[in-house]
Design a protein around this ligand. Sequence first.
Ligand code: HEM
Length: 307
Amino acid sequence: QPDPETIVNAFEAALGPIRTHRPSHPKGVCAAGHFTATPDGTRLSVAPVFSGQRNNAIIRFGVAGANPNASDSARGTRGLSIRFESPTGDLFEMANISAPVFGADKPETLVNGLLSRANDPATGRPNPERAAAYAAYVAANPTVGNQGRYLAANNPPASFATTPYWGVNTFLFRGQDGQQRPARWVFEPRAGTERLTEAQMQSLGANFLADELRRRVGAGPVEFDMVLQFPGQGDDLLNPTVAWPADRPRTVVGRLTVTSVEAGAGGPCDPISFMILDQAPGIEMSDDPVLQARAAAYAVSLSRRTP
Ligand code: HEM
């Protein structure tokens, strides 16, 4: 398992030094709102965020890639990141994407994919052997392409408010009954799913999502249902490139409400990485190696982009 510095160094090798922006989803807009668990959520998790009381939420919607000027019309994931602040002062954070799967089955795959694109310091060009080795790995492990296939088959969302956002990794929920249950979550838009048409992908341009969200929230709160999905027999808990079948049991565990959006870029989201090292008791990390690699890598990235 590559250590967090090695992981973030690979981001820098492929994308350039991290100075001010996040190396992933650098384009985004900060919002605020609240989250309240349903009675089922309170039953399924003893975490403070699921107490049933209203948590304040700092929310960031983002556009995938490494480019702070990425196009809102481009294929790629959109992000929904949340810091929950419970009335007792407990914090919980998460970063979700608008695809049910990730593009790397293990942290090494992510690192090798980044390094396969990075310029070799000796030649100033990507190293063909590295690129060939990565291509061979992807050919032998085709689930690594699942995210790309999902994004090719599903046009980008028409609004930050009209796509589901998946947590992708498996977490362990400890319920009021003391039982621990593996689960994955998705935030389902109460406004329904709406995607750009091919014509809109050509006509809407690079920057419409943030203003559309401001207008929408100005007219009334934007809401998402947080839904837990539970695995069936044989479902892989540890590989985030493979989604569980849609017919698995689902339970609505909470409602996220977005009530305001920052007027410009930046704001209170900037100093947050949306992945804390201390997981809440009641929502613990599974052994998914991708999940295990995330928190410390996000902390290293945050430290490199924070003056
Ligand atoms: C080994 C796996 C992964 C690594 C090493 C990684 C690394 C990173 C890093 C370094 C950042 C920037 C953190 C910062 O500077 O604040 C980031 C942001 C982000 N990542 Fe990951 N990531 C991984 C997997 C995932 C997965 C599985 C998801 C989907 C659930 C995801 C979704 C996001 C999102 C949405 C952001 C932007 C958060 C924001 O809005 O600030 N990442 N990632």
